[in-house]
Design a binder for this molecule. Structure first.
Ligand code: GDP
Ligand code: MN
Length: 389
């Protein structure tokens, strides 16, 4: 789960990482008010769950409350398209109005989980700012990585070492050491999968401040992070993913191909994606229904997969262990009766109660494309999608 910059900055401030003074505004008039409270030059920053705003017109520096109102008015209610969003962009419903700071240096500070090493890794760089992705690609040695054993945490000497790496003056070094230590504490306390300050700036008057903030929460920890869960802004997410979640279907993922996939189990889902690709196609989405032996829930799942306009064929590939393929078959029959499915459906069932499942599908008289091996199913789905698009 992602949160907005202004929310991330509130958390940073709570943890003692300095941020510029500022407030969120949900209308142009409100932005004007905040700007006048802050006095003079301010930044107006579109609040969306995507980076790359600076290069996309989502960050403006203005020198009066009137200009702040105008800038906010241009952003709020529009959609912002950045290199991290889909071509449709994401809606801007709020802006962060912040004191504009005189920036001397733009540094980078981030923490993510390094899945290979199995530990959090703190990354710092003197080359912070809007081109950090380019830096990572062309000169990765400019980003310094320090792995942190979660059982030990950040030793003070290691935090100091990282601050030294940033070539700071003594007072700033102390501030950066504190920022690194506090950011790690936030990362750990809130079960983050990522926190990122880019840029971490050194101001003309020598302060060290988080000018931007990004924070992602590990969804597996959402049950114990209720406070952060409440910050969730669903307007920023894919509408079908939001709908799936609201129906208790946690594992619906939107992708950009043309085959809608209903499968059970994450491993099977990954294998389906690989096989579709091997057969010359791509998935439009996948929905992992896990084990839910309830035909109504199967109908809901099919409804979500089918609602995606990119779907040109549906592939239902179920390997029944605990999951019963006869229940899946009942769900397919019920879904076909209840809704208007215009695209071809390829069904492959295997495992528990498969004879009964096959019988239900056969007797339903539905016009389904049947497949009996995995490869056959993927191949037929790709062909069906090509034909109907
Ligand atoms: P992003 O492009 O979505 O990552 O948005 P950022 O919040 O990082 O802003 C982009 C760029 O705007 C930063 O790299 C800075 O160069 C600049 N910027 C952000 N805040 C300030 C500020 O208060 N003063 C000045 N002068 N520039 C800022
Ligand atoms: Mn940034």
């Amino acid at each position: 789960m992602k949160v907005h910059e202004y929310q991330a900055k509130q958390l940073l401030a709570e943890y003692g990482v300095p941020v510029p003074r500022g407030r969120v505004a949900r209308s142009a008039a409100e932005a004007r008010k905040v700007a006048s409270d802050l006095g003079g030059r301010v930044m107006v920053k579109a609040q969306v769950h995507a980076g790359g705003r600076g290069k996309a017109g989502g960050i403006k520096v203005v020198s009066s409350p009137e200009e702040a109102e105008k800038a906010a008015g241009g952003m709020i209610g529009s959609r912002l398209v950045t290199h991290q969003t889909s071509p449709d962009g994401v809606p801007v419903n709020a802006v962060l109005v912040e004191e504009a700071i005189e920036i001397e240096r733009e540094l980078y500070l981030g923490i993510v989980i390094d899945g290979v090493v199995g530990m959090p890794v703190v990354m710092v760089s003197e080359a912070g700012g809007m081109d950090i992705e380019e830096v990572a690609r062309t000169s990765p040695e400019r980003i310094l990585r320090t792995h942190i054993d979660p059982g030990v945490g950040v030793h003070p000497y290691r935090a100091r070492g990282m601050a030294f790496d940033l070539n700071l003056e003594q007072g700033q070094r102390r501030a950066a050491t504190e920022a690194i230590t506090n950011l790690y504490k936030l990362f750990q306390d809130k079960d983050c999968s990522l926190v990122e300050i880019n840029p971490l700036v050194v101001t003309a008057d020598g302060r060290v401040l988080a000018a931007d903030a990004k924070l992602n929460l590990d969804d597996n920890a959402s049950f114990r992070q209720k406070d952060i869960q409440e910050l969730c802004d669903t307007s920023q997410e894919d509408p079908l993913e939001v709908e799936a979640k609201s129906k208790g279907i946690e594992n619906y993922i939107k992708l950009d191909g043309s085959v809608g996939c209903l499968v059970n189990g994450a491993g099977l889902a990954m294998a389906v994606l690989d096989l579709l690709k091997q057969e010359g196609g791509n998935a439009a989405n996948f929905l992992d229904i896990g084990t839910l032996n309830d035909p109504d829930r199967v109908v809901q799942a099919i409804e979500i997969v089918n609602a995606d306009p990119d779907v040109k064929a549906i592939l239902i590939n179920i390997f029944g262990g605990m999951a019963r393929t006869d229940v899946i078959a009942q769900g397919i029959v019920a879904a076909s009766k209840q809704m208007n499915i215009k695209v071809p459906i390829v069904v492959r069932l295997a495992g528990t109660n498969v004879d009964e499942g096959d019988r239900i599908l056969k007797e339903s008289g539905l016009d389904l494309i049947r497949a009996y091996s995995f490869k056959e199913a993927a191949g037929k789905a790709v062909k069906a999608a090509q034909k109907s698009s």
